[in-house]
Every structure is written in structure tokens, then in C-alpha cells.
Design a protein around this ligand. Structure first.
Ligand SMILES: [Zn+2]
Length: 213
């Protein structure tokens, strides 16, 4: 004979049973469809993000370089055309930029449109500003007397970013701007057999870059 237990709503046992059932219902796993949707949303966001990054990379790569000489009033006579990769050059071995001589306090101008990605004090460079410009090139301005820009600033070609000085390892030497250009992607075809010649995959000759301006 099956045992029949009658359950009336008002009994404590019955209420407990109903309460347990409610808890079990509440903790049942959610349907799989919502999990699938969650994954789809994630993929959609990732695809969108990848597209934005690709557009950004493309835009920076394709922006034209509107070049300005980096010292106000300077002409190519103010730097030595052969100073790029000149050796011996102190602890660096070779000189990976050019030195543009000017009176201390002369305006230093951004050579290109770009974003200020660094400014601060470095042991060799002294007061330094670095601008990320078109074609993924870093423009390095060193030995400044003062810095007149801020991190993350968008600067236009010809905009003042500092003044000429003798900071860093230029102390005691005539005031000048050390200007260098570095590629963020290596150009292996630019390498040669000179001292540290493999680094020419990264360093661009600023004399060639500026001379025709
Ligand atoms: Zn220099």
C-alpha cells in the first residue's frame, strides 16, 4: 500500500516544502541562449575594437608629414650635415641625430603634427620632449632649457614645445638642440656595415628629413 501523506497549506511542513521549491527554482541555471548571446556580444565588441585600432593605425601611418625646422629662425647652416652617425661620440658610440646650434632660450618648434608622448628629464638628453608623428615616427628634442608643452598634447607642425638649452650631457657646451627621429617599425633595408649600422633600421637621418624645408 502506498503511503499517502496529506499536505495542507497551513501546516508548517507544507510551507517549508513550498519555500524549498521556490529556492530550487531561483537557483536553476539560466537558459543557454543568454550565455550564447553574451559570447556574441563579446565577439561583436572585439571586432569593433579591432576595426577602430586598424583605422587609427592606418590614419597615423597615412597622415602627411608637414615638416618645420625645429629651431625658430634656423637654417641648414646651423647644423653639420655630417654629424648624423658621426663617431666616436661619447658613451653613445655614434651620434644618432643632429645638433642645431642657437642662442639659449630660442624657441624649439615641433617639426611635425603629432602627440606629445613624453617629456621629462633624462641623464643624457636632459630636458626632453618626444612627439609621435605621422608614419609612426618618434621625434626626439633634447637638451632643452625649458619645456612648453604637456603630456598628451596634440601639437601642430611649427608649434612651440620648448626652448634651446644645454641640459643633460650638453652641460658646459654651446647651447644646441639635439634632434633625432626614430621609426617604431624597423626599416631593415636602411641597415649598413658602419658602427652600430643595424640601428639605422630605426634611426632616420634628420639632415635628409629637414634639408629641403
Ligand atoms: Zn647631439
Amino acid at each position: 500500500m502506498p503511503i499517502h501523506i496529506s499536505c495542507h497549506r497551513e501546516t508548517i511542513g507544507c510551507q517549508l516544502f513550498a519555500s524549498m521549491r521556490r529556492h530550487v527554482e531561483a537557483y536553476k541555471p539560466r537558459p543557454m541562449i543568454s550565455e550564447k548571446k553574451h559570447v556574441e556580444n563579446g565577439l561583436f565588441i572585439m571586432k569593433k575594437l579591432t576595426l577602430y585600432i586598424a583605422i587609427f593605425i592606418g590614419l597615423v601611418a597615412l597622415l602627411p608629414e608637414r615638416i618645420t625646422l625645429p629651431v625658430k629662425g634656423a637654417t641648414p647652416a646651423d647644423w653639420n650635415a655630417k654629424s648624423f652617425w658621426f663617431e666616436p661620440w661619447g658613451t653613445s658610440g655614434v651620434h644618432k641625430g643632429i645638433d642645431i646650434f642657437a642662442r639659449k632660450g630660442t624657441d624649439v618648434l615641433s617639426t611635425t603634427d603629432g602627440i606629445v608622448v613624453f617629456h621629462g628629464n633624462l641623464p643624457k638628453g636632459g630636458q626632453v620632449v618626444v612627439v609621435l608623428g605621422p608614419r609612426w615616427r618618434l621625434h626626439y628634442f633634447a637638451h632643452l632649457n625649458s619645456i612648453n608643452t604637456a603630456f598628451g598634447s596634440f601639437v601642430r607642425s611649427g608649434e612651440k614645445i620648448g626652448t634651446v638649452g644645454d641640459s643633460g650631457n650638453a652641460k658646459g657646451k654651446p647651447a644646441h638642440l639635439h634632434y633625432a627621429i626614430v621609426r617604431l617599425y624597423p626599416a631593415f633595408w636602411a641597415m649598413d656595415t658602419t658602427t652600430q649600422g643595424y640601428k639605422k633600421a630605426l634611426f632616420i637621418n634628420p639632415d635628409h628629413f629637414l634639408r629641403d624645408q
